[in-house]
Design a protein around this ligand. Structure first.
Ligand code: ZN
Length: 493
């Protein structure tokens, strides 16, 4: 599928260049993404990071095969904020972490993110963290101080390379409070191990305690993926200090490069003036999902390239919803045309469209070409012809349509059945009620036709009026009826 002329390229934050992606082993491509600290609901900004990594995961699976890409995204289930939340709510820590880990996974599934291959929990890898800290102490990259263990940044020459931070900017850049400064050799040293807090601690050769946040990812990525990983993803907000510290720990402990490619997604801007009141306060994925379908949120998040900032607005969501409505109309038409056989075939995709993704995951370019395609109903545009020339399927509009649908599905969109899409979230009771009204309307129409035959104009008018009333009543609820020779179906507006 991937060609020499169109290789996968990624913007590597470490080299600050777009580079051709070459995995260490094409049979085992590895990627790591920093997961959530589970003590509250995830923000839409977290969703962007997860969706970007998911698109990369899907593209890699498409290129190298589903069994040849290993993706790890951790769960941070030990943290001062978690300990504080458990104390405040007077519940066991696991009650909080399990609840929010579950909500996080459910929210991400709703916006179309595939589950990662591995989802390591920090508390299951404490021994790996302790082992790594021992190595760092042994090699003199780390030192003990008053129950803590710190990493000595002055011992690692490449410290600051990823973020480009100067020593001045590096002061106090970790999760340790002001009081810790006195225990450090250098202001920029960061904590690897902290003493026990509120009974939360594990035995280690350097004292009972709990890990710092950064060492968690170094230990979990090594345990699940190996010492050198192909791609490390994450939000640009994690570049410093978190990723910088992961690199320092892993490179010094393993004496090997840590990650070959760094893929950082840019910020999502919530401050847009266009933001209406109704969206203004909704920043949690979980809340957005109460109003918008997960695919609408996903499409909105893909409107900007991952390495550009994205202005988040209600308009963006409205526009995404309307585009998906249009695309699902095509899917429904295709399904009608060829029956149930329209089922997803990842082999039959448009190489032309995939090339947008191979080019540094350029999702806006992909989407603009897709929008152009769906606009041209005759399928005779130059763009279409280029897909036919390059792709495997035989020429013909309907095949190209299937190809476009399949390619869009690689992006994690159009995952639903069109009927399900148009009906939205409908309860069984509501569905029964709608079907009942449709039957009543059919009966009224039949009665009107019968009355017409009998010349009973009054009854005919009355029954047609009844039929129209039912249609209008449903329309007022946003439900549109569509009559066809096969009967009446309904969808949401
Ligand atoms: Zn991390």
């Amino acid at each position: 599928m991937i060609t020499e002329e169109h290789p996968l390229t990624l913007y590597n934050s470490m080299t600050r260049k777009k580079e051709r992606f070459i995995p260490q082993d094409p049979k085992r491509v590895t990627m790591y993404n920093c997961g959530p600290t589970v003590y509250s609901y995830a923000h839409i900004g977290n969703a962007r990071a997860a969706v970007v990594a998911d698109v990369l995961f899907r593209v890699l699976r498409h290129i190298y095969g589903e069994d040849h890409v290993v993706y790890a995204r951790n769960i941070t289930d030990v943290d001062d904020k978690i300990i504080a939340a458990a104390k405040e709510q007077d519940v066991p820590i696991s009650e909080i972490t399990e609840k929010y880990a579950r909500i996080y996974n459910d929210d991400l599934a709703a916006i179309g993110c595939l589950p990662p291959t591995h989802q390591p929990k920090a508390t299951n890898h404490i021994s790996h963290m302790a082992q790594m800290i021992e190595q760092l102490i042994e090699k003199d990259f780390a030192y003990e101080s008053d129950g803590h263990v710190f990493f000595d940044v002055s011992k690692y020459d490449d410290y600051g390379k990823l973020s480009g931070n100067t020593l001045d900017a590096l002061r106090g850049g970790d999760r340790v409070g002001e009081g810790e400064v006195a225990r450090k050799r250098n202001a920029a040293d960061f904590v690897l191990w902290k003493p026990e807090l509120d009974g939360v601690g594990w035995e280690a050769s350097f004292g009972k305690g709990r890990p710092g946040w950064h060492i968690e990812c170094s230990a979990m990525s090594k345990a699940t993926l190996g010492e050198t990983i192909d791609i490390h993803c994450g939000g640009v907000d994690l570049k410093f200090p978190h990723h910088e510290n992961e690199i320092a720990q892993s490179c010094c402990a393993n004496e090997k490069p840590f990650a070959k490619y760094w893929v950082h997604n840019e910020f999502l801007n919530m401050g847009s003036e266009k933001m209406s009141k109704s969206l203004g306060n909704v920043t949690l994925i979980n809340d957005l999902l109460k109003v918008w379908d997960g695919e609408v949120i996903r499409l909105a998040l893909l409107k900007a390239s991952f390495d550009s900032e994205l202005d988040w607005s209600e308009e963006l969501l409205t526009q995404s919803k309307s585009q998906l409505n249009g695309w699902y109309t095509f899917v429904a038409a295709r399904k009608k045309q060829i029956g149930e056989e329209y089922i997803y075939n990842p082999e039959v995709v448009s190489l032309g469209l995939m090339q947008s993704l191979y080019n540094n995951l350029n999702t806006p370019h992909f989407l603009s070409r897709l929008i152009d395609f769906f606009k041209s109903e005759d399928g005779e545009t130059e763009l279409l012809q280029s897909f036919i020339d390059q792709g495997k399927p035989p020429p013909g509009t309907s095949d190209v349509l299937s190809m476009m649908i399949n390619t869009t599905r690689v992006l994690g969109l159009l995952q639903k059945d069109p009927e399900e899409w148009f009906r939205g979230n409908t309860s069984d009771d509501e569905e029964d009620e709608i079907n009942d009204l449709i039957q009543q309307r059919d009966a009224a129409k039949m009665a009107a036709i019968a009355a017409k035959k009998l010349g009973d104009k009054a009854k005919m008018g009355e029954q047609f009026k009844r039929s129209d009333e039912i249609r209008d009543k449903l329309k007022a609820r946003g439900i549109v009826l569509e009559d066809s020779p096969d009967g009446t179906t309904w969808r949401r507006e």
